[in-house]
Design a protein around this ligand. Structure first.
Ligand code: MG
Length: 163
């Protein structure tokens, strides 16, 4: 039976000097970037986890372990493409992605069009099936103090079940 299911994804990375800030495959001007084994693209990582969650699979760390040198400085848009191919082989199809980026800096709004285009190309989804929102954390907590950035995603997927 074909069902529409939902998956959630969450990711956070620390800000670090000397790193590029990459979100949804876009390089965003900022005095700091995000620290991580890969390019630390928290938005792509949250979306990947949302897709894997809807597909009933383990999280991104199981598929692309940060202990594996193969994924050092990995381009997360490429990881997203791999996950899309993986779920296609299961006959599943992503229908819609909603997401939110939570950070005090920099302003994300001017970059949303570029991020949406990148994600559309990586997933094969039309732009109107991808939504990206951005907000601050009102200066509360680690994100509010500017120590790190958070991304969350909610992914709708059409998938076959044997029940
Ligand atoms: Mg991550």
């Amino acid at each position: 039976m074909t069902n529409t299911v939902t998956g959630i994804g969450y990711d956070s990375h620390k800000f670090k000097e000397g790193r590029k800030l990459i979100l949804g495959g876009a390089q965003i001007p900022c005095d700091m970037g995000l620290d991580g084994h890969s390019d630390a693209d928290a938005l792509c990582h949250a979306i990947i986890d949302g897709i894997l969650g809807a597909a009933g699979k383990p999280d991104i760390g199981s598929m692309f372990p940060d202990t594996d040198p193969k994924w050092k400085n990995a381009n997360s848009i490429d990881l997203l493409k791999q996950v899309i191919e993986l779920i296609k082989t299961d006959g599943a199809k992503v229908l819609y992605i909603d997401s939110v980026i939570i950070t005090e800096r920099p302003k994300i709004l001017p970059h949303i069009a570029e991020i949406t285009k990148n994600l559309s190309l990586a997933t094969g989804l039309k732009k109107e099936r991808i939504n990206i929102k951005a907000k601050t954390n009102e200066k509360m907590g680690f994100s509010g103090r500017g120590e790190g950035l958070v991304a969350m995603a909610c992914v709708s997927m059409e998938r076959d079940f044997n029940d």
